[in-house]
Write a protein of this length. Structure first.
Length: 248
C-alpha cells in the first residue's frame, strides 16, 4: 500500500498517507505538511520510498517516518503530566535531518531536538538541509534543533556533563523520546539509561536468527521499569561503526 502514497507535491504525499491510514493523527499530518521533504531528499522527494543521501546512509521512506511519529507522539508533544518539563528528543542516525525538523514542529517552542551522527559529513548535511527553509533556520538559530557528532549507540550527553561540569541527571538531561534510524544488533543499555521517566524509544532491532529486523517500542515508566513491544518486520540499514558504514 505504501508505494501508492507517492504524490506530486509534499502536501499530496502527506494527504495520500493519511487517506491510506498510514498517518492517523492530525497533529502528525500537519507537522509533515509544514516540512517540505524536498529540502531533505535529493531525488524523488515525494515518492514513498527510501532514498540514498551519501556516506552509506539513506532517508527512510515517508511511511516509516510516519509510523515512528505515531508511536512516539505521546512523548513528543508537550507533556500534560509534567507541564514544567520541556520535551527533549534524540534522533540516533539523524541523516538528512528531516525527522528532526518534523519532531521539532510537534514538540513545542521550548523543546530540544538533537540529531546525532558519527560521520561529520552527515552532521553537516542535516544542518545544511534544515537551513534551506526559514522555519528550519529559525530552529537552528534558536538551538531548538542541533546536530552533533558522536556514536549514537551511546546516546548523547552534553560535553559539560562528561567533563566534570554539572552532574548528568536523567530527569533533567535525558530524553522523553529516542528514535533510532538504523537496525541495531542489541538494545544498547546507554540508550535505555538515558530515557526519562516516563520515556519511549522506537528502534529497529536485528533478529538474532538472522535475515530480518523488527521494530520495537521500548517504554520506561515512572518507576524506571522497562517494557518492550515488538511491532512489525522492517528492512533498515545497520547501525554500525562509521568505518563499516562508509564501505557501503
Amino acid at each position: 500500500m505504501a508505494w501508492r502514497c507517492s504524490g506530486g507535491t509534499n502536501e499530496e504525499l502527506i494527504r495520500n498517507m493519511a487517506s491510506k491510514g498510514l498517518i492517523k493523527n492530525d497533529d502528525v499530518k500537519e507537522a509533515f505538511i509544514k516540512v517540505d521533504r524536498a529540502h531533505y531528499a535529493p531525488n524523488f522527494a515525494y515518492e514513498d520510498s527510501p532514498q540514498t543521501i551519501g556516506y552509506g546512509a539513506t532517508i527512510s521512506a515517508p511511511h516509516m517516518h510516519a509510523s515512528a511519529l505515531e508511536y512516539l507522539l505521546p512523548f513528543i508533544k508537550p507533556s500534560t503530566t509534567h507541564p514544567g518539563r520541556p520535551r527533549r528528543i534524540l534522533d540516533v542516525g539523524s541523516g538528512s535531518g528531516y525527522l528532526c525538523h518534523v519532531m521539532a514542529e510537534l514538540a513545542g517552542d521550548d523543546s530540544k531536538v538533537v540529531g546525532i551522527e558519527h560521520i561529520q559529513g552527515l552532521v553537516d548535511l542535516g544542518r545544511d538541509n534544515m537551513a534551506r527553509s526559514p522555519a528550519g533556520r529559525s530552529l537552528l538559530d534558536s538551538e531548538r534543533v542541533r546536530f552533533v557528532l558522536g556514536d549514537g549507540r551511546k546516546g548523547w550527553k552534553e560535553p559539560t556533563s562528561a567533563e566534570g561540569g554539572a552532574e548528568w541527571d536523567a530527569e533533567r538531561d535525558g530524553w522523553d523520546a529516542i528514535h533510532v534510524g538504523a537496525a541495531s544488533k542489541g538494545w544498547h543499555q546507554e540508550l535505555l539509561d538515558q530515557l526519562r521517566r516516563p520515556g519511549r524509544m522506537f528502534i529497529p532491532v536485528e533478529d538474532p536468527r538472522g535475515g530480518w529486523q523488527d521494530i520495537w517500542v521500548v517504554d520506561k515508566d515512572e518507576e524506571g521499569g522497562i517494557e518492550k513491544r515488538k511491532l512489525f518486520g522492517v528492512r533498515y540499514v545497520p547501525l554500525t561503526d562509521a568505518e563499516e558504514q562508509l564501505k557501503r
